[in-house]
Ligand binder design. Structure first.
Ligand code: UGA
Length: 423
C-alpha cells in the first residue's frame, strides 16, 4: 500500500482520496480552505455525492485518511502526489492553470525524491511540462492520469472504472502508478502525456457532441411526428452507436462539458485548427436552452409573460447539488426574461439562486401554476401524488424535458403533458 497526497478536495480530489483510502492506501488530502479542512477533519462532507460521506468517515475512523491545510503539509512524506485542483476557464476561453502552478510550486520543495506527481486536473496538452517547471525538480516524475468521474456517481465510477489512463514517457513510472489501482478490474492504457491529456478532452467533447446530436434529433422527431425514445432504442441497438448518453434534455451543462468543450476549441485554435464542428455542438446547446423555453410557449399557445410557471429541478443533473452551468438555470433564466413568474423547487438546493423564488416542495412550486416544467431528472418527481398536483395547479400543463414521467398515466389523470422529441 502507498502513501498518497491529494492536493485539492473538490469533488475529484475528495473522491480520489476517499476511494484510495478505501482501497487500503494511506491518504493525506490537502486544501487551502481552512474551514473546509476543519469540517472534513470532523468527517463532514461539504458536497452531495452518494456514498462519499461513508467512505470519508470510514477512512478517517480507520486512520487511513487525513485532512491538512496546504499542499506542503500533505506532500512532505508521500510517494505519490495527486493534483486535483480546479482549472477554470480563463477570460479568453483557455484553461486557467494558476491553481495548478501554485500547487506545484508549493509541493516542489518538500517532495521526497523519487516521488511521483500525478496530474488529475483536466489540463491542456503540455501541462505536464508546466507542472514540471513550476516544481523545479528533476528527480520527481510528473504523469497524467485523467479522471472520468461523473458527479452523482463519482465513487462508483472511481471504484469501477471503464479504463485507467496513465500518460508518461517513463515505463517504470507507469508501472508504479498502475500499482495504485491493483484490485480494480479495468483496462490500463499507458500512453504519452500529450495523448493522455487529449483523451480527456476528446471523451468529454464527444459525449457533448452525442448530446447535442440527440437533442437536435428530438426536435426533428417533434417536427416529423416520431418518438425519440423509440429512435434511440433503434439506433442505440447498433453496437457501433450504443444506447448510452442519448437521453435528450434541456441541454447539457455542469462543471466539465461546457468548460472542456470551449477549452478544446481554444486548444485546437492555438494549434492552427478551426474546430468548427465542436463550435456547432456548443452553439446547438445554447440553442437548446432557447428551444426548451420555446416549448413552454408552444404548449400554452401564447407568450409566458405574466404566466405563473412551476420549475422542478435546478441542478445540472440529479443526485448532485451542483448548479454550475446548469441547463435548468439557463432555461429558467430565459423564461424569467420572457416575463414568466417562476416558483422553483429542487431537493438539493436550499438557497435562492439567480434571484429565483425557491419553495420547499414540488407541490408548492406547482401551486397556482399554469404550467410546470421539469428540468432535472430527480427521482422524487416520478413519484408525486399527481392527482394532488392537478388539484393545486391553475391549469394541468406539464413539460417534461427529461422524459421521466409516465405521460400516458398523467394524461389519464387529466394532464396535458409534453415530453421532448415526442409526437
Ligand atoms: C462528465 C463526464 O460524464 C465524466 O466522464 C467526466 O469525468 C466529467 O464530466 C469530468 O470531466 O469531470 P459530469 O459533468 O458529472 O461528468 O456529468 P454527466 O453525467 O456527464 O452529465 C453532463 C450533462 O449532460 C448534464 O447536464 C446531464 O444532464 C446531461 N446529459 C447526460 C443528458 O442530457 N443526457 C444524457 O443522456 C446524459
Amino acid at each position: 500500500m502507498s502513501k498518497i497526497a491529494v492536493i485539492g478536495t473538490g469533488y475529484v480530489g475528495l473522491t480520489t482520496g476517499a476511494c484510495f483510502a478505501h482501497m487500503g492506501h494511506e491518504v493525506v488530502c490537502a486544501d487551502i480552505d481552512e474551514a473546509k479542512v476543519a469540517s472534513l477533519q470532523r468527517g463532514e462532507v461539504p458536497i452531495l455525492e452518494p456514498g462519499l460521506d461513508d467512505l470519508v468517515r470510514q477512512g478517517v475512523e480507520g486512520d487511513r485518511l487525513r485532512f491538512v491545510l496546504g499542499g506542503a503539509a500533505a506532500a512532505a512524506d508521500c510517494e505519490f502526489a495527486y493534483l486535483c485542483v480546479p482549472t477554470p476557464q480563463g477570460e479568453d476561453g483557455s484553461a486557467d492553470l494558476s491553481y495548478l502552478e501554485a500547487a506545484a510550486r508549493e509541493i516542489g520543495p518538500v517532495l521526497p525524491s523519487e516521488a511521483v506527481v500525478v496530474n488529475k486536473s483536466t489540463v491542456p496538452v503540455g501541462s505536464t511540462k508546466v507542472v514540471e517547471r513550476a516544481m523545479g525538480r528533476h528527480d520527481v516524475k510528473v504523469v497524467s492520469n485523467p479522471e472520468f468521474l461523473r458527479e452523482g456517481s463519482a465513487v462508483h465510477d472511481f471504484l469501477n472504472p471503464d479504463r485507467v489512463v496513465i500518460g508518461t514517457d517513463d515505463r517504470a513510472t507507469a508501472v508504479k502508478v498502475s500499482g495504485l489501482f491493483l484490485g480494480l478490474n479495468a483496462p490500463l492504457i499507458v500512453t504519452d502525456p500529450a495523448s493522455a491529456e487529449t483523451i480527456k478532452y476528446a471523451a468529454n467533447s464527444f459525449l457533448a457532441t452525442k448530446l447535442s446530436f440527440i437533442n437536435a434529433m428530438a426536435a426533428v422527431c417533434e417536427a416529423v411526428g416520431a418518438d425519440i425514445d423509440d429512435v434511440v432504442l433503434g439506433m442505440g441497438s447498433d453496437p457501433r452507436i450504443g444506447p448510452q448518453f442519448l437521453r435528450p434534455g434541456p441541454g447539457w451543462g455542469g462543471s466539465c462539458f461546457p468548460k472542456d468543450t470551449r477549452a478544446l476549441v481554444h486548444i485546437a485554435e492555438d494549434a492552427g485548427y478551426d474546430f468548427a464542428m465542436l463550435k456547432a455542438v456548443i452553439e446547438a446547446n445554447t440553442e437548446q436552452f432557447e428551444l426548451t423555453a420555446d416549448r413552454v410557449e408552444r404548449h400554452l399557445g401564447r407568450s409566458v409573460e405574466g404566466v405563473k410557471v412551476g420549475v422542478w429541478g435546478l441542478t445540472f443533473k440529479a443526485n448532485t447539488d451542483d448548479l454550475r452551468e446548469s441547463p435548468a438555470l439557463e432555461v429558467a433564466g430565459r423564461l424569467q426574461q420572457r416575463g414568466a413568474v417562476l416558483s422553483c423547487y429542487d431537493p438539493a438546493v436550499k438557497r435562492s439562486v439567480n434571484g429565483l423564488e425557491l419553495v420547499d416542495s414540488a407541490l408548492e412550486a406547482a401551486t397556482g401554476a399554469e404550467c410546470v416544467i421539469l428540468l432535472t431528472e430527480w427521482d422524487e418527481f416520478r413519484w408525486l401524488d399527481f392527482d394532488r398536483v392537478a388539484e393545486v395547479m391553475a391549469a394541468p400543463n406539464i413539460i417534461d424535458t427529461r422524459n421521466i414521467l409516465d405521460a400516458n398515466d398523467l394524461r389519464r389523470r387529466g394532464f396535458a403533458i409534453r415530453g421532448l422529441g415526442k409526437p
